[in-house]
Design a protein around this ligand. Structure first.
Ligand code: ADP
Length: 540
């Protein structure tokens, strides 16, 4: 028997309408590419979003059209998230750190109609213009006074699109599984693949994050998304913050430790979200100044494993560390590691053991681990296997890419994350590795993440990676690659000795290589693919 309740489609635009009514003075602060600080509120933003939506329609944007952005974190980019999806079009965020070849591929693959660019990125588009779709129109995210000199034809000015439009709108209705956002994964092999979010998945994800991280996402807190709007919806913050009433502080393009510290201090940011590298920079700055930014109490770390030493540095200064795991294909949040009350009282070392794990699943995401043959493995915290997920916020296939889609689902329809993990009886997930980064030595797996974690605790190490190199006897052996801190010169033996205390002898790296700088992917993670190409050529 069917229930008798109304069915109203879940729609993204309702989040900003809700925020405007419930938290009208909730603030959005942005460091602008023009160089100044801009302040606005959810109420004002909802009006500008309405004007943008009218402007987009005037430019001929229709339901289902892909509208691209190439921009830093700022209020105009936030407005596009709502204005574009609100009228049923698809907001396609592009990562400016992608290679030229990848960017050309995805703009053509997505068949974008408009491309909104920050001033900073106009030169990139000038270079690529010839290879982008003919009909693509470029809009610069600025006002008339700041429009740049450019070789691009027919460029539009963002503020002029909004000028003269009315600041209220009746958002159209459409099914809740209407496409709303598009984000391509950087793709370690082959072309990038597009994850196409729906209104429903996005709104449910916003709910999930608000109920799972409630102390951070609540009325009146101030959150700094260092994680970019151009990658996986800034981990859902543009939706979760307006839903919960938290304010947003957008940092623009300056993400070094000093700039992040100053902004947090001035704006009294409570919680800051980003990848581990950003927090290493911030911690350096905190140590140099001998104090924390004012109002700071919480970080959310994800994207790659948070080193234990990093978690310890923040926790011992009284900052709560929430270690989170997710993927582009999961909207992205899968698990988060805020501790339940009974574990918060544990002694530091035990707390760190827990926090080093990626934590418990968010509502709506189911997880299983399986062996090579696909058999389920126990959740005992010891056995690790291939991690699969399913849920309302998980992709059901890549955008216009049936071949890639076929490869990532098992017979039961679960999505293969490509991660190897263990899950313990309390539901805590521990990622061991990405499957392709695992090292198989003499038939046994060695976790590169475990080794990296230990090496990162050496004060002279700024970053490191462990990769597999081919070995005639053992198949593969670990090689440690280290980037030292500016003023430090850690010795090979010191690092091996540090590892020897914690891991079995056969797991120790055979060699240590020092590099000036570790290569990074477009999403700011160490590029093991590049390292393998350099140091383990014949494996590729
Ligand atoms: P890309 O590789 O293009 O940056 P994603 O941002 O979607 O794509 O990356 C998702 C992957 O990042 C996960 O499958 C996992 O391997 C890794 N990852 C994310 N968060 C964590 C974490 N907290 N610990 C370990 N690995 C993580």
């Amino acid at each position: 028997m069917k229930g008798l309740m109304m069915h109203r489609p879940l729609k993204i635009a309702d989040l900003i309408t809700f925020a405007a009514e419930n938290y009208p003075s909730g603030e959005i602060v942005s460091v602008r590419t023009e160089g100044d600080i801009h302040r606005t509120t959810y109420l004002e933003t909802s009006k500008r979003v309405a004007r943008l939506a009218h402007g987009l329609r005037r430019l001929g944007v229709k339901e289902g059209d892909r509208i691209a952005t190439l921009a830093w974190n700022g209020y105009r980019h936030f407005e596009l998230y709502y204005g574009v999806s609100g009228i049923g079009a698809v907001c396609h965020t592009i990562n400016p750190r992608l290679s030229a070849e990848q960017m050309i591929y995805i703009v053509n693959h997505a068949d974008d109609r408009l491309l909104f660019v920050d001033l900073t990125f106009v030169p990139i588009i000038e270079k690529l213009r010839e290879q982008l779709p003919q009909g693509l129109r470029i809009v610069v995210l600025t006002d008339r006074a700041h429009m740049p000199e450019t070789t691009l034809d027919g460029v539009l000015c963002y503020e002029e699109i909004l000028d003269g439009e009315t600041d209220s709108i009746d958002w159209p209705d459409f099914p809740e599984d209407q496409a709303a956002g598009l984000c391509y994964t950087s793709g370690t092999t082959g072309h990038p693949k597009g994850t196409l979010y729906t209104h429903r998945s996005t709104v449910l994800h916003a709910f999930n994050m608000c109920v799972t991280i409630p102390k951070t996402l609540c009325e009146g807190t101030r959150i700094l998304p260092v994680v970019p709007l151009f990658h996986v919806n800034a981990w859902g913050l543009p939706y979760g913050a307006p839903l919960s009433g938290a304010g947003l502080i957008f940092p623009g393009g300056a993400l070094d430790g000093k700039s992040v510290f100053d902004l947090m201090d001035r704006e009294k940011v409570f919680s800051a979200w980003g990848v581990p590298t950003v927090w290493l920079g911030l911690m350096n700055e905190i140590n140099q100044r001998g104090r924390l930014p004012e109002g700071f109490g919480d970080i959310v770390v994800g994207g790659s494993a948070a080193p234990r030493s990093l978690i310890e540095a923040f926790e011992t200064k009284g900052i709560n560390v929430c270690h989170a795991w997710g993927m582009t294909e999961m909207s992205p949040l899968g698990t988060q590691c805020n501790l339940p009350p009974q574990l918060q009282q544990l002694p530091l070392e035990e707390r760190l053991d827990r926090k080093q794990s990626q934590g418990r699943r968010v509502f709506g995401v189911d997880m299983k681990i399986v062996d090579d043959a696909g058999n389920r493995l126990p959740h005992d915290g010891k056995v690790s296997g291939h991690l699969y997920v399913r849920g309302n916020t998980v992709t059901s296939g890549y955008f216009e890419n049936p071949e890639a889609s076929k490869e990532v689902f098992d017979a039961e329809g679960w999505f293969c994350t490509g991660d190897v993990a263990a899950i313990d009886a309390d539901g805590f997930l521990k990622i061991t590795d990405r499957s392709k980064d695992l090292i198989k030595s003499g038939g046994e797996w060695i976790s590169s993440l475990d080794l990296e974690n230990i090496v990162m605790s050496h004060p002279g190490v700024a970053g490191c990676a462990v990769i597999a190199v081919p070995d005639p006897k053992w198949d593969e052996r670990p090689l440690l690659i280290v980037q030292a801190r500016d003023d430090a010169q850690p010795r090979k033996q010191e690092l091996i000795d540090l590892l020897a205390v914690r891991v079995a002898k056969w797991q120790l790296p055979d060699d240590v290589v020092f590099v000036e700088a570790l290569p990074l992917t477009a999403t700011g993670k160490v590029s093991k693919l590049t390292l393998r190409k350099t140091y383990a050529e014949d494996m590729e």
